[in-house]
Design a protein around this ligand. Structure first.
Ligand SMILES: [Zn+2]
Length: 171
């Protein structure tokens, strides 16, 4: 595994703003009337913020895949709604280490969606896994050296255990 990309860290610093930062077709159309207001993934529905991040069929199934991955890692089934997934609002009684790994996973997927902005592509499960792994390595390094960062060794272990299990499962 390569040394985690420093960029990933800076990306994580702007995570909470990712969704607000990216211009969606309906806004672009307001500013530049020649720019189509349709979603660039499905080309059938007006590309509002809610559509681009949530209701568009393909992005919605990506969030379902993400929830399945979260279930595998944490054993917690998160609610399939925009408040939980886009605003990362989890029930108060969710244990802290689990909250942290879920934030990290949801943020990773948001960043990957944003990286493919204005294309018809969405991140693959493999890409999500790779970026999660390098972010986890970087965060753990920060923790070990300075006791700062988004995850502690306990949180990181959940991801490592998942990877170990996923790699031994028969395909
Ligand atoms: Zn769409």
């Amino acid at each position: 595994m390569g040394f985690p990309n420093i960029k990933a860290y800076y990306h994580s610093a702007i995570l909470t703003n990712v969704i607000r930062w990216y211009m969606v077709p309906s806004w672009l159309h307001t500013i530049f009337p020649t720019s189509p207001d349709l979603c660039w993934r499905c080309h059938t529905t007006k590309g509002t913020m809610l559509h681009m991040w949530w209701t568009c069929e393909r992005v919605n199934s990506l969030w379902k895949v993400t929830a399945t991955l979260i279930k595998k890692v944490t054993d917690l089934q998160i609610t399939h709604d925009p408040k939980t997934i886009l605003l990362r609002s989890l029930p108060d009684n969710t244990p802290k280490p689990i909250q942290k790994i879920i934030y990290l996973m949801l943020s990773t997927v948001s960043i990957l969606i944003a990286r493919k902005w204005k294309t018809t592509e969405l991140p693959s499960p493999r890409e999500i896994e790779n970026v999660m792994t390098s972010t986890e390595e970087y965060e753990l390094l920060m923790w070990n050296q300075a006791k700062i960062g988004k995850i502690s060794p306990h949180t990181a272990t959940m991801w490592r255990n998942y990877l170990k299990q996923a790699n031994t499962e028969p395909t």
